[in-house]
Design a protein around this ligand. Structure first.
Ligand SMILES: Cc1ncc(COP(=O)(O)O)c(C=O)c1O
Length: 396
């Protein structure tokens, strides 16, 4: 059309188009709900279940597909889907793979909102939720109805590293799909799709990209990764049906941070390991929980799987029972560098307190009684973090 456009129309149909190949370091950001088809042939020939179909924003854009591929590659998978949060990725898996009458097994230390979502499904759709002890693979007893096994390594808050080898072998033997919440390992501490000498693999991973991939404490995102094309298409379909989509701008932020993720993860892992011996010496703590601690629960399983020696930036302590809730609250309030807040993997160290008696369903005799405090180590220097902990402990 060569007619001169009226001002409002000209504003919308801007003449300058981006070149096809502009060699910038970061890829351009595509924001899309509508994607314009060149002609009706293109409209009628689209295949929305194709890996790289561009027909509507919820299905994906070059921006979202690129990050999905990067996450799959980091984790050792082949196919990946993005979701607006880690929890939304978990919910996608649960709602896609479970149907009325099915049984799902979860570790007692599974990420709390995952358990809550499953309990909701149990009430609404007669799905049976069974809980196993993360320190004992024998407590996972699949039946003919079992469809899904949730794994988390290390587990949430108490950080026990499970016997992944035996849990996955048992699940495979029973024809049960294995889903690993891979947020702690982030695809760096171990390869969930090829771990152990026997080259075992989980069927799918979920990753809260909110943590290490984002790295800023400011973006929410999640992913599901698999190597299994059939499983991927099933998840893809649910993903499309539920309208699960992420913002191109948020994806670009994660992509920018991804380049430094390994360095940040290594640093946070190392700072945490350096703090560990000091934490273990403090008389106020009855127990220090960390999967790479030789006295910790699941140390041998961590060693078996995490050949990299990496162990993320989380460590928990249980205060001696003489310190009541108020005392532990005072400790948390006294901290200056550690900020009180949920989540982890960001630049600022965080602290959160938990009362285990309200969180666990099975006996947990390996854990001392007392208020638990979880520290998420950020990118500050170890000496400053230790000094902050020291001054907060001194008021007790
Ligand atoms: C182990 C684990 N999985 C999943 C999530 C959920 O991630 P998001 O906060 O992005 O929903 C969290 C969040 O704390 C987590 O700790």
């Amino acid at each position: 059309m060569s007619v001169k456009l009226l001002p409002q129309t000209a504003l919308i149909h801007a003449p300058r188009k981006a070149p096809q190949l502009l060699n910038s370091i970061q890829p351009p950001v595509y924001r899309a709900s509508t994607i314009i088809f060149n002609n009706t042939d293109a409209l009628f020939n689209r295949h929305w279940t194709d890996d790289y179909d561009y027909s509507y924003g919820t299905h994906g854009t070059p921006t979202t597909y690129t990050l999905a591929d990067q996450i799959a590659q980091i984790e050792g998978g082949l196919h990946s889907l993005l979701a607006p949060s880690g929890l939304s990725a978990i919910n996608l898996v649960n709602s896609c793979l479970l149907a009325k009458g099915d049984e799902v097994w979860v570790a007692d230390n599974i990420y709390g909102p995952n358990m809550e979502h499953l309990q909701y499904l149990q009430k609404q759709y007669a799905i049976q939720v069974k809980v196993y002890d993360p320190t004992n693979a024998n407590t996972f007893r699949p039946s003919a109805k079992t469809k899904l096994l949730w794994l988390e390594a290390a587990g949430s808050v108490t950080l026990e590293f499970p016997d992944l080898v035996n849990l996955v072998k048992k699940a495979q033997h029973a024809g049960v799909i294995t889903a690993l919440d891979n947020t702690w390992g982030a695809g760096l501490a171990f390869n969930a799709f090829d771990f152990s000498e026997q080259h075992l693999s989980v069927d799918l991973t979920v990753h809260a990209l909110t943590k290490y991939p984002s790295g800023g404490g400011d973006i929410l995102m999640g992913s599901v990764v698999t190597r299994d094309k059939t499983l991927y298409h099933k998840l893809w379909q649910m993903h499309a049906l539920q309208g699960v989509s992420v913002s191109g701008d948020d994806v670009a932020q994660v992509q920018r941070s991804l380049c430094s993720m390994r360095l940040r993860y290594q640093q946070q892992s190392q700072t945490t390991l350096e703090l560990l011996p000091w934490l273990k010496q403090q008389p106020q703590f009855a127990q220090v929980l960390h999967p790479a601690d030789t006295e910790g629960h699941g140390y041998q399983y961590w060693q078996e799987v995490c050949e990299s020696g990496l162990s993320a930036g989380l460590v928990s302590v249980i205060f001696k029972s003489e310190y009541d809730l108020q005392a532990v609250r005072n400790f948390c309030d006294q901290l200056q560098l550690f900020k009180l807040g949920f989540s982890w993997g960001g630049p600022i160290s965080l602290v959160m307190l938990y009362q285990l008696k309200h969180m666990r369903q099975l006996p947990h005799n390996h854990l001392e009684q007392g208020i638990l405090v979880r520290f998420c180590i950020g990118l500050e220097q170890r000496e400053d973090l230790q000094a902050d902990l020291e001054q907060a402990l001194s008021i007790l």
